[in-house]
Design a protein around this ligand. Structure first.
Ligand code: GYE
Length: 309
């Protein structure tokens, strides 16, 4: 506001904005980079950030949002663990006149319950992964039996990126009848989850050609399982992942992963801008997309040194 009595000692005439942010957890390298980006950008923007980690549990996240409503924060932002089940708490925020910004993951709810959704297009990410496999089908038939057997390591059940990445991938591989998803199970976006699921896949099937993992961490867990089974990841079994965090890109440059679709976790600066605009009463677009690319092994070597996360 323009009221001088409200001036901060920094000479700005605006009262500090308070944001409540309810994070998913700390399940992956992507999430760690995302949290850091949000915390650093809030500090840079002079926004007072109240941050909670839901440890992957929707009930914790709902509880955190309720406490932000009680504390009368200026704006609430969160990355919903799963797509459904947030209607009631979103209604409560609306009734309290506190604007909500979704970041990273979408909800399946009435769009009038939040101001905007900032994040990636996960369907497109799955499509890029599927398209790479279609384009590299010949090389990916490692067992040479004419079918490309793919096992899928899914993200958290019910989460937007798990649903959408599976959908985009399935859609693209339809173009080639020899590509078949023979098993698909959740590894909950964690390294350990990916490792355990891959171990059980390897025990029940000795003709796996390709792993499609919904994030790098699960792909890295799968690499451990593949190596423990005496096989060479990237050669005996091809691996496609999503995120492009440093550990994933390192494995890609070493030949252990074959292709990574990028998903940008550095959402903090855009989130703080949107929060400021929403609080200033400006119109914001209902959907804000992040820009992303994808990398093969040679490209990974080129960009790795400059990777921030
Ligand atoms: O790909 C995964 C993380 O929601 C886009 O969540 C995010 C996903 C990301 O655990 O690594």
């Amino acid at each position: 506001g323009s009221d001088d009595a409200a001036s901060g000692s920094d000479g700005s005439d605006d009262v500090k904005i308070t944001m409540g942010f309810a994070q998913v957890g700390a399940e992956s390298g992507w999430r760690t980079a995302n949290t850091k980006s949000i915390q650093e950008s809030a500090a840079d923007a002079g926004i007072d950030l109240k941050f909670t980690d839901a440890q992957g549990k929707q009930e914790n996240q709902i509880q955190a949002i309720r406490s932000y409503i009680q504390q009368k924060v200026d704006v609430i932002a969160f990355s919903p663990v799963v797509e459904t089940g947030f209607d009631a708490v979103l209604q409560e925020a609306k009734a309290a006149n506190i604007p909500v910004i979704l970041t990273d993951r979408a909800v399946d709810a009435d769009p009038s319950l939040y101001k905007t959704f900032l994040g990636s297009d996960f369907v497109v990410e799955g499509e890029k992964a599927g398209q790479w496999l279609v384009d590299n089908a010949k090389d990916s038939d490692v067992n040479g039996d004419g079918t490309i057997n793919v096992v899928q390591l899914e993200g958290t059940t019910g989460a937007a990126p798990a649903i959408d990445r599976a959908e985009g991938f399935a859609d693209k591989i339809k173009a080639d009848d020899s590509i078949e998803v023979t098993a698909s199970q959740t590894g909950d976006f964690t390294r350990d989850g990916g490792k355990q699921v891959m171990e059980s896949f390897l025990q029940s099937d000795d003709s796996i050609d390709v792993v499609f993992a919904h994030n790098d961490d699960m792909g890295l867990g799968a690499i451990e399982a593949i190596e423990a089974a005496g096989l060479e990841p990237g050669k005996d079994i091809k691996i496609i992942t999503i995120d492009a965090v440093k550990d994933g890109m390192t494995a890609l440059s070493e030949g252990k992963i074959n292709y990574i679709v990028e998903c940008n976790p550095l959402l903090g600066p855009q989130l703080m801008d949107l929060a400021q605009q929403v609080i200033d009463g400006e119109e914001v677009p209902a959907r804000v997309l992040t820009e992303e690319s994808a990398f093969d092994q040679a490209q990974a070597k080129d960009v790795l040194a400059d990777r921030q996360y």
